[in-house]
Write a protein that binds this ligand. Structure first.
Ligand code: Z2T
Length: 795
């Protein structure tokens, strides 16, 4: 009888033998890698053939980051080969999970925005939609984080290996990118033409990565560009060593700032490199007339990082394809759409005009012209100074990329209902009034194929046992779990799986960090980038307060809790680094105190990344989503944790609002100020943290201890934190929300005392999590923005 497993084993063993060495895990990894690539290649070719035959409209998702995580295991899952391979390897005495550990994670992103792009390409392929990702092939992804004396240190990482790389070099598709040069206006055949004389050339080489959709039906492409020396002659090329060095820098590393646009020239080079290379290939390889671009291609720009796609497309259409300004503008503004991911001022892309003018002289002229025409179109209206300020692309020598992105695209979206409302009513009020139908909401989502099927194979199995396998294709069917929320044996199975995933995490941490965790404690998990507004500080201050209580009050002996932290700070973000240091200091103090240690344990997971997230998320009981209301555009970790049956302690911020709406506030721990209140305080500048300190003795004591240096390890390392809370008037309202946060934690302890009721709440969260699948998000983008047609698959 034919058996896939036996076939796999036979082929695997033959290949291993051909390599002629002993059966090491490394060799097994290499072999499995090759086999997987072959399975994928067949399907990839089929998809590309279908795309050539059908000529359907394509989506191109431009993003400066794609945080894809390890690919081997995910590809096996999407091919539906995971179980077969796992069992086959088991029988050969090899463990798939061990083999998976050998893959270095490509960390080509900072956090939420980059991971969202990865979830989106997974969903596009899984829905059978023709959508490809365009990004950069950084040699070094996000740095590796280590703690030295509790301080974060950063080490450069290289994910690219010589052997078995995950991508394929496409030399024949290389294009040239030009920087600098002088503008010359020349007389062409049909009138004046703009030329750039003596530019510097850089070659862009694409590397293609397969994006395997569910069931292996569709394999789309993630195309990453690498900078290399160009073959074109130009004056600066004479000093070859310098030129080579400068060129390599362009895709050498990812900028590690998740919420700061520092305005560096190299970053601008990267952004333009991505836009120009991607647009050139799209236009070069088209099978339609240039005028029909909007009917054949949609380009989504992931935040303003690729907003230069707007003037660059204008440039290509006017200078290379000889279209008029009006024709080009019409095409551009029907092709490009823009997603905004933040309202934080410092994260909004702003460029010094002179920088753009010197690096990209032709692009600068085009931006100026876009701005001039837009301003002219506003002249008829009576707009006050504030409105004119909000509506200007160029102002006082700066170019505001967000305004350019809105003016130059046909649709603009925020990433959660609340965030979109804030954009429309406040941050971009004037733009929304000018373009009333442009703004829309697309609440983020996460791929359940990685965050449930892959990360929590056991829970996925239990769900399928209960409601059948249809939820995998249609995740909204997770709602059928509602019927099991009070089923005793189902709840017991759920609890057993939660314990098992805790054991897996414990094992992983023992191996990686040599820490020992109590599996019976409550796993309270706070994982995300470090930022003031995400308020890791509030969490750690609360732990300090609990410690004080345990020491002070002999009757206070709470159920044991392990507080996990994970996340990186941008290397230049001094405050965030101080918070990291403080968490490590508190951890050593609390963990080494024999009395406190019975009730509290603080674990800081070093180097939080996608791989670590896959261990942490399935093990969580409590999900910390405690940002200052209005600041977190959406959040996506909140969705991953919910889907794995963790209960959220959170503010009414970002997508938390929709999570609470779906699951019901009675199945979460909601606390703190609303966005409206926060914004009111900010407007009036009327919040004074001193009032809180004076009226709450426990908080006052905490502040006193901080000032006295009781939470430092000798060196004075909390000055900065105290300074922000007191002198800077606590800009993220940590003290303001503190009491309400602490009460929410008391509710958690009460609820956890009833295990079956707790499990019921967890199951209700899983049941309500289906709409947070990125399949839903992508289908909505397709319906409302991209208008793609599904390609029928043959597998
Ligand atoms: C990022 O991860 C996010 C926003 C950014 O604004 C930049 C980066 Cl690197 C420029 C995050 C948001 O903070 C988060 O709320 C959201 O869920 C995520 O993008 C995806 O939309």
């Amino acid at each position: 009888m034919f058996s896939y497993k036996e076939e796999f084993k036979k082929s695997f063993v033959t290949r291993m033998e051909r390599k002629g060495m002993e059966k090491t895990a490394e060799l097994a990894y290499e072999t499995l890698w090759e086999m997987t690539q072959e399975w994928i290649q067949k399907r990839w070719n089929r998809t590309n053939q279908l795309y050539r035959d059908n000529n359907e409209k394509k989506l191109y998702y431009f993003s400066i980051e794609f945080l894809i995580g390890r690919v081997l295991g995910q590809n096996l899952i999407n091919l539906n080969f995971y179980d077969t391979v796992k069992e086959g390897l088991d029988e050969l005495g090899l463990q798939l999970s061990e083999i998976e550990e050998l893959e270095t994670e490509p960390g080509l992103g900072n956090g939420g925005l980059g991971r969202l792009a990865a979830c989106f390409v997974d969903s596009l392929a899984s829905l059978g939609l023709p959508g490809h990702g365009y990004g950069l092939r950084y040699k070094g992804g996000l740095f590796t984080q280590h703690f030295v004396n509790g301080y974060q240190t950063e080490q450069p990482t290289q994910w690219i290996q010589q052997e078995h790389n995950v991508d394929i070099r496409r030399e024949e598709l290389a294009v040239d990118i030009s920087y600098y040069g002088e503008i010359q206006v020349v007389m062409g055949l049909d009138g004046l033409k703009v030329n750039v004389e003596n530019p510097e050339w850089v070659k862009a080489i694409p590397y293609d990565m397969p994006v395997v959709g569910a069931n292996g039906g569709t394999v789309n492409t993630l195309r990453l560009w690498q900078a290399e020396v160009s073959d074109r002659p130009f004056p600066g090329r004479e000093d070859y060593a310098v030129y080579e060095h400068e060129t390599a820098k362009i895709t050498d590393r990812l900028y590690p700032d998740d919420s700061l646009e520092a305005g560096k020239i190299l970053r601008l080079k990267q952004q333009y490199f991505l836009c120009s290379a991607s647009l050139q290939t799209i236009l070069n390889n088209r099978s339609f007339s240039i005028e029909a671009l909007p009917e054949n291609a949609a380009i989504q720009i992931n935040d303003t990082h690729p907003a230069l796609a707007i003037p660059e497309l204008m440039r290509l259409l006017i200078d290379d394809h000889a279209l008029s300004w009006d024709q080009a503008w019409d095409i551009t503004t029907r092709t490009i759409s823009y997603t905004n991911h933040t309202i934080l001022e410092e994260a909004m892309g702003k460029w010094d005009s002179r920088l753009i003018q010197s690096l990209l002289p032709r692009i600068y002229l085009i931006i100026e012209e876009i701005d001039r025409r837009f301003k002219k179109s506003l002249q008829q209206q009576e707009l006050d100074e504030e409105a004119l300020h909000k509506l200007s692309i160029i102002e006082n020598g700066t170019i505001k990329m967000a305004v350019l992105a809105v003016v130059g695209s046909y649709k603009v979206n925020g990433v959660a209902k609340l965030h979109t409302e804030i954009l429309k009513k406040r941050e971009m009020k004037e733009l929304n009034e000018q373009f009333p139908n442009k703004f829309h909401n697309k609440t983020n989502g996460i791929t359940h194929r990685r965050w449930l099927l892959k990360a929590n194979h056991e829970l996925s199995g239990l769900i399928t046992e209960a409601i059948g396998p249809r939820w995998i294709k249609e995740p909204e069917r997770l709602s059928e779990l509602h019927y099991f929320a009070q089923n005793h044996s189902f709840l017991q199975d759920f609890q057993a799986i939660k314990s098992l995933k805790k054991e897996h995490l414990i094992h992983h941490l023992q191996r990686n960090q040599n820490v020992v965790v109590d599996p019976d404690s409550i796993f309270d998990i706070h994982i995300k980038r470090f930022h003031g507004y995400k308020r890791q500080l509030m969490n750690i201050l609360h732990i300090q307060m609990l410690y004080d209580r345990i020491k002070r009050d002999p009757t206070y002996r709470p159920y044991p809790r392990t507080f996990f932290f994970g996340g990186k700070a941008a290397p230049s973000y001094h405050f965030a680094k101080q918070v990291i240091k403080m968490i490590n200091t508190v951890a050593s103090k609390v963990n080494s105190d024999p009395l406190a240690r019975k009730h509290l344990h603080v674990v800081f997971v070093e180097n939080y990344n996608v791989t670590q997230a896959e261990y942490l998320i399935p093990a969580a009981d409590v999900s910390e989503q405690i940002s200052t209301a209005s600041k977190e555009a959406s959040g996506t970790g909140n969705m991953k944790l919910m889907m794995n049956g963790a209960l959220t302690i959170g503010t009414f911020d970002g997508a938390n609002v929709e999570i609470f709406e779906e699951v019901g506030q009675e199945n979460a721990f909601v606390f703190g100020m609303r966005a409206e209140q926060v914004m009111q305080y900010e407007k009036e500048k009327s919040y004074n943290p001193k009032e809180i300190i004076d009226s709450d003795s426990e908080i006052a004591q905490l502040m006193e201890e901080l000032i006295k240096g009781e939470w430092t390890d000798g060196k004075n390392n909390v000055d900065f934190i105290v300074g922000q809370l007191m002198e800077d008037s606590d800009p993220y309202f940590v003290l303001k929300d503190f009491r309400s946060y602490s009460k929410a934690h008391e509710q958690i302890l009460k609820a956890y005392a009833h295990p079956e009721k707790w499990a019921e709440m967890c199951v209700k969260n899983i049941a309500a999590s289906g709409i947070f699948s990125s399949d839903r998000t992508i289908q909505q983008y397709s319906n409302d923005v991209w208008h793609l047609t599904k390609i029928p698959s043959i597998y």
